[in-house]
Design a protein around this ligand. Structure first.
Ligand code: ADP
Ligand code: NI
Length: 186
C-alpha cells in the first residue's frame, strides 16, 4: 500500500472510538478545508495530508497512548518527511499555541487553520456539545468553551484565506450563542 494510504488507515483506526466531535469525519472535514486553503499556495501535498491525518493522534484528551514517531518508523517513512511531521505536530494545539509562530511550515499553518475552522460554524457547535456531553458537562459549562475559545478563533487563524472561510461560520456561532443565552434565561 502507498505510504499516504497507510497513514490514512492508521488515522482511521485511531479515531474509531472517539466521541462524534473527534471521529474520522472530523479528519475528513479538516482534509477538505486544508485542500481548499492550500489551493491558493504551492504546498507539499504529502506533508499536508500526513499532518491532517496525524494531527489528533497524540492529543491528551483523546488519550490512546499512540506514538506517531513509532508509527512512522513502522511504515518506513522517509526521514525528511518524518522530521517535518514531528517538528510541526506540536504546533497543532490551540491550548499550547493560540497564535502560531511565523517559522511554522506553511503546511502546518494550513492544517492548524483547517482544524480551527472545523471548531466553528454549525459543525463547531455540534462538536462542542458532543465533547461536553461525553464529559458529562452541563450546557452552561460547554457555553464557557465558546467564551474561552470558539468566539475568538477567527482572530487566531494564520492565513487570510482561512479568515475568509471563517467569516460566515463566526456569524453562525455568535447568533447561536446569543439566542442560546436568551432562551436559557430562567
Ligand atoms: P487543541 O486540541 O487544538 O488544543 P481543543 O482540544 O481545545 O484544541 O479543541 C478541539 C475541539 O474539542 C474543540 O473545537 C471543541 O469542539 C472540543 N472541545 C475541547 N475542549 C472543550 C470543552 N471544554 N468544551 C466543549 N468542547 C471542547
Ligand atoms: Ni482536530
Amino acid at each position: 500500500m502507498e505510504l499516504l494510504e497507510l497513514i490514512k488507515e492508521y488515522s482511521k483506526k485511531c479515531s474509531e472510538n472517539n466521541e462524534p466531535g473527534h471521529d474520522f469525519n472530523h479528519i475528513l472535514r479538516v482534509r477538505k478545508l486544508a485542500l481548499e486553503i492550500a489551493s491558493h499556495y504551492e504546498v507539499d501535498r504529502m506533508l499536508l495530508e500526513s499532518l491532517v491525518y496525524l494531527h489528533d493522534i497524540e492529543d491528551k484528551k483523546l488519550n490512546k497512548g499512540e506514538s506517531v514517531l513509532l508509527f512512522l518508523d513502522s511504515v518506513n517513512a522517509p526521514s525528511d518527511l518524518k522530521e517535518k511531521i514531528l517538528n510541526t505536530l506540536p504546533y497543532l494545539s490551540f491550548s499550547k499555541y493560540k497564535y502560531l509562530p511565523d517559522e511554522v511550515l506553511l503546511e502546518g499553518k494550513i492544517v492548524s487553520d483547517a482544524d480551527r475552522i472545523d471548531a466553528i460554524g454549525a459543525i463547531g457547535i455540534a462538536r462542542a456539545f458532543s465533547y461536553g456531553g461525553s464529559h458529562n458537562r452541563s450546557f452552561s459549562d460547554t457555553l464557557e468553551h465558546f467564551d474561552e475559545k470558539l468566539l475568538i478563533l477567527d482572530k487566531c487563524l494564520s492565513l487570510v484565506e482561512s479568515k475568509q472561510i471563517a467569516k460566515k461560520r463566526m456569524i453562525v456561532l455568535q447568533d447561536f450563542y446569543d439566542e442560546f443565552k436568551k432562551e436559557n434565561e430562567l
